[in-house]
Design a protein around this ligand. Structure first.
Ligand code: AKB
Length: 344
């Protein structure tokens, strides 16, 4: 079944965030669709101007979300609103409310809407490498690339929240109300990508533990000193924001019969903090980068895989990285961040 972009209405939560900023641009440039954007905080004018409607509101607000889904006859939900790993570790109960409560609220409302309209609702959820839980650097080294079914033992509330939301989405997609007589009427078409660390040139990250690389890059580009909170040998998988946005758009439009599963690993390259610092110094010779590991944040990143196996996404929907580390810097990070700060 191909998706007719001209008849789609997207509800986008977390629109004021980093991925939201990129995804609104991506949705607008790729498809003639209606974009209803929401966030808990004001959505920047540049993003707002690309949307058909914007609303400041809480994804846990059942009344508001129900009104938006029903009034606009939403066909697709990109649910980006979340508390990321570092912020969530300070307020795990709030993280649960937002990350799980918000997702539950939207799945429940989308299922009711699909049942009343007889049309399935596509639900795209960014998940994360934080759903994996490894036992430290030596274990990471030994394990290498992880596949989707391995080490699903998250060591942060954010990773636990996102892993449960993957299961909620799969339940709503395949097993919803399995003993009810009218169970077939609600149709959620759930898709999720386990995102690695994401590097954006146009925005600065907040609240994440993978923020150490984007923070380093933005500091170097603005001549600021950077104290990196992990060891230089710390390795995780990465992708650039353009690649992240494209992969979310691709999985959001993918024909269901091409997908053998609902949740996929995606990533472009694996790199250590030291490798990023070295390439940064090549492009920004005055960069001042020091490493002072924060024991607790280091332990979080040490529980994440050094790399992920993306062969399922490649087999099912031809996913493949656009750039390696060097190419990402040459073709995106350096030119885009120079342009970004020249306009600032
Ligand atoms: C975070 O650092 O919490 C996120 C993530 C790795 O999903 N960027």
């Amino acid at each position: 079944m191909s998706m007719d972009p001209s008849k789609r209405t997207v509800l986008l939560t977390g629109a004021a965030g980093e991925i939201g900023h990129g995804l609104v641009h991506g949705l607008r440039s790729h498809d003639d669709i209606r974009i209803i954007a929401t966030d808990l905080k004001e959505i920047p004018e540049e993003t707002r101007s690309l949307c058909d409607e914007v609303h400041v509101g809480d994804v846990c607000d059942e009344g508001l979300m129900q009104q938006l889904i029903a009034m606009h006859e939403v066909t697709d939900i990109y649910h980006l609103a979340a508390l990321l790993s570092t912020r969530a570790e300070h307020v795990p109960e709030v993280a649960h409310e937002v990350n799980v409560g918000g997702t539950w609220n939207l799945l429940k409302l989308a299922a009711a809407h699909s049942a009343s309209h007889g049309e399935s609702v596509r639900f795209v959820l960014p998940s994360t490498i934080a759903i994996y839980g490894l036992d430290g650097p030596e274990h990471k080294q030994r394990v290498g690339k992880v596949v989707e079914g391995e080490f699903n033992l998250p060591k942060t509330i954010y990773g636990a929240n996102k892993l449960y939301c993957e299961h909620l989405g799969r339940y709503y997609s395949r097993h919803y109300r399995r003993l009810a007589d009218d169970r077939g009427s609600a149709r959620i078409d759930f898709r999720s990508l386990r995102l690695p660390g994401v590097i954006a040139a146009e925005t600065k990250p907040t609240g994440g533990t993978s923020d150490y690389v984007p923070e380093m890059i933005h500091a170097a580009a603005t001549g600021q000193p950077c104290v990196c909170f992990v060891r230089p040998t710390t390795r995780i998988p990465w992708m650039t924001m353009p690649e992240c946005v494209q992969s979310l758009l691709d999985i959001g439009r993918m024909e269901r019969d091409r997908m053998s599963q609902s949740v996929y690993n995606v990533a472009s390259f694996s790199a250590t903090a030291g490798e990023v610092a070295d390439i940064l110094r090549m492009h920004f010779p005055d960069a001042r980068i020091e490493f002072e590991p924060d024991e607790n944040r280091q332990a979080i990143v040490d529980s994440w895989p050094g790399d992920v196996d993306i062969s399922c996404a490649n087999t099912d929907w031809n996913y493949s990285p656009r750039w390696n580390l060097e190419e990402a810097f040459e073709h995106y990070i350096v030119p885009s961040i120079r342009t970004h700060y020249a306009q600032a």
